[in-house]
Design a protein around this ligand. Structure first.
Ligand code: EPU
Length: 304
């Protein structure tokens, strides 16, 4: 519960910002892993109102976190004291101009890849099948099959928590690394301008199909997960190490190390976040002992 809970008039105040106030929302319903306790949630549709809303929170000293698509997120069972802020999908969608496209950060990544493909714009084929929003993908420079979203970014419109202002950053002003960008946790990405190579639709579609096939064959795409749970340390494949240790199928409560890809923890039969943390600890210890490698989380963990 946040410090705003139980204060009179809060819902009306957020309604005046064009936002919804949803106290005690269970985050398990907003994460692909399907775990996570309650948090007070604010959902905003018109991001032009964001600076006012953020100023309201700042003046009251209310800490917040931005919830994107929830596809790479592990939230503790006891829930959060911070408010979870979510930008709802923009109705106006993508704006094309030659090889450039302006995409709202709240857009679905897979839909964006396909909408661009229909206009003969490629370069993002590898990202098909990566769940979540464009903003979330960019914040952590999501990548797969040789594509990283940071490679095709031209500019980013971002609300900067530090200054309380909306700024437009060019690619040169942002650092993209393996599953990491230079954006801070108080930066809220609003829209992204992509510059994409022109390619025939059929060619893009063929590559999309190949990536989909590879993903289906090697990842548990029909189960609840947060994708790969640990990063690959330089020179190592985490999935391969966990697999070699014979840990596939290991279970703690309702959480299981996927038999299909060992760097995925799947939620079968009502796992809790605590089950998942125990399984992660077990993996970390076994990999450290056998390979002398310390694993770093790839999944974003929300705890108090
Ligand atoms: N492998 C095994 N057993 C396993 C899993 C993998 O032996 O259970 C072996 C594979 O046979 C292969 C090697 O390990 O030789 C690498 O596996 P894979 O090609 O599946 O790629 P990965 O390194 O495990 C990375 C990304 C994925 C991304 C794929 C495809 C990370 C942590 N993972 O996985 O991203 O989809 O490449 O490009 O960087 C994610 O970010 O959540 C994610 C799933």
């Amino acid at each position: 519960m946040s410090s705003l809970a139980n204060q009179p008039g809060v819902a009306e105040q957020f309604a005046a910002f064009g936002a919804q106030w949803r106290p005690g929302e269970r985050l398990s319903a907003h994460t692909s892993l399907g775990v996570g306790g309650p948090a007070d949630m604010i959902r905003l549709r018109d991001y032009r109102r964001l600076p006012e809303l953020m100023e309201y929170l700042r003046r009251r000293g209310v800490p917040w976190r931005l919830l994107g698509g929830g596809s790479n997120l592990l939230v503790v069972d006891e829930g959060l004291e911070d408010v979870a802020l979510q930008l709802l999908r923009e109705p106006e969608g993508l704006k094309f101009d030659g090889s450039r496209v302006e995409v709202p950060a709240s857009a679905n990544l897979g839909t964006t890849v396909m909408e661009c493909a229909k206009r003969n714009l490629g370069g993002m084929e590898g990202l098909i099948g990566v769940p979540g929003t464009v903003g979330g993908a960019l914040h952590m420079n999501a990548g797969a099959y040789g594509t990283q979203i940071g490679d095709v970014v031209r500019a980013v419109t971002v609300f900067r928590g530090a200054s309380g202002r909306v700024e437009v950053l060019r690619t040169e002003d942002v650092r993209f690394e393996y599953r990491h960008s230079s954006f801070g946790s108080d930066d809220i990405l609003l829209s992204v301008s992509l510059d994409l190579p022109e390619r025939p639709y059929a060619e893009i579609l063929e590559r999309v199909k190949q990536c989909n096939q590879k993903r289906r064959a090697s990842q548990p795409i029909n189960e609840k997960s947060a994708g790969c749970i640990f990063k690959n340390p330089p020179g190592h494949s985490t999935g391969k190490m966990i697999d070699e240790l014979g840990l596939k199928g290991t279970r703690v409560g309702g959480a299981v190390i996927s038999e299909r890809h060992a760097n995925f923890i799947v939620n079968r039969q009502g796992a809790t976040a605590a089950d998942i943390f125990k399984l992660m600890e077990l993996i970390r210890e076994r990999v450290l002992k056998a390979y002398g490698v310390e694993l770093e989380e790839e999944v974003i963990v929300w705890k108090n």
